[in-house]
Design a protein around this ligand. Sequence first.
Ligand code: SAM
Ligand code: DTB
Ligand code: SF4
Length: 347
Amino acid sequence: MPELSEIVNRIRAEGRQTESSREGVAESRHDWDSGEVLDLLSQPLLELVDAARAVHRRYHENGEMQLASLLSIKTGACPEDCKYCAQSAHYAKTTGLRRETLLDVDDVLEKAKRARDAGASRFCMGAAWREVKDGEAFDSVIAMVKGVRALGMEACVTLGMLSEAQASRLAEAGLTAYNHNLDTSTEFYGEIVTTRTYQDRLETLERVRKAGIEVCCGGIIGMGETPADRARLLQTLANLDPHPESVPINALVAVPGTPLADRPPVDPLDLVRMVAAARILMPLSRVRLSAGRRELTKEAQILCFLAGANSIFYGDKLLTTANNDVSDDLALIEEAGLSVKPPCPSR
Ligand code: SAM
Ligand code: DTB
Ligand code: SF4
C-alpha cells in the first residue's frame, strides 16, 4: 500500500498542467460567436464565478500569482489620439503631461533589478510611440530587453506598431512577450481611437506571433462601451489561435484632461465578470488584473482572483498613474493563500 502522502502527490502531479502545455485542453475553442460570449458575461454572477473557478482550478492549480512590474521608458507626446490615454499629444494642453525622452538603458536595468529584488518575475516596458522606428532608440530598447533577460526576468515591451523585421529583432534579443491591446470591440474602436484601425492592431499581433514572441493582448472597460462591445472584445481575443498567453483586463483610469476624464467609475463586479469570462474562454492564458486595481477593495480583488486572475501589475506606478502599494499587495496575496510566481529563467 503506498503512503497516503504519495497518493496525494501523485494526484497533484497528474492534475497539474503547466501553462506552456497547450495539449488536450477540452475547453480551448477558437470559434465563439458573440451571442455565446454575451450569454456567458450575463450569467448570474455566482454561476459565472463558479464556472470560471472550475476552469481555473483545473489548469492553474498551483495558486501562483505573477507579479509584473511596469515602467514607462518613453513618456508623453504620442501622435495617436487614444481618448483614454494621458500620453497622447492631442490632449497634452489639458493633461499638462511633460514630454520625456527615452530613458537610459542603465537606468532602466537598475529599475528592473529593483523590481526583481522586490519579487517581480516580469518587467514590462512601455513607450508612447505610434510605431517603432529603426535607429538609436530601438537599439536601446533591444539592449534593455537583453539586460532584463540577463537579470533572469521575463521581458515584455509595448511600443506600438511593429514591422516583421523589428519583431524578429525583438525575438532574437530574447523578448518574452509583446503587449498590444485591442482595447474594445471593433465596432466601438472608432469612438476611442481615430489615428489607426483595429486591423492595424490585428496585423501587429500577427507579426508578433509569427516572430515566435508571446502575445499579451487585452482591453479596457469603462470607456462607454456596451455589454455587447465587451463580449465582442472577448470573442476576438478568444478566437485568436493560439490564444494570447496573457490577457490584461484594465478598468479605465479616468485621467484629468483626457476626453474620458468624466466617465463614471467601473462597477468592480463588471471587472469580476470580464475576468471570469476571459478565464473560461482562454483557459490557459494568464489573466492580468491590470489598470484600475487601485480603486478596488481587497474583497473585490480577491473575487477577481477567485474568478481566475493570476497576474497583477506590481509596483507603485503603472505608466503615468499610481498603482497599489507593494506591501499591501504582498499582504493581500498572503491573506488570499496564494503564492508568488518565481522567476522562470527558461522563458
Ligand atoms: N503606445 C503603445 C500602445 O498603445 O500599444 C503602448 C503603451 S499604451 C499606454 C498600452 C495600453 O495601456 C493601452 O493599449 C491601453 O489598453 C492601456 N491604457 C492606457 N491608458 C489607460 C488608462 N488611462 N486606463 C486604462 N488602461 C489604459
Ligand atoms: C496594459 O494592458 N495596461 C498597462 C500596460 N498594458 C502597458 C498600462 C496601464 C496604463 C494605465 C494608465 C497610466 O498609468 O498612464
Ligand atoms: Fe499613444 Fe499608446 Fe497612449 Fe495610444 S495608448 S496615445 S498609442 S501611448
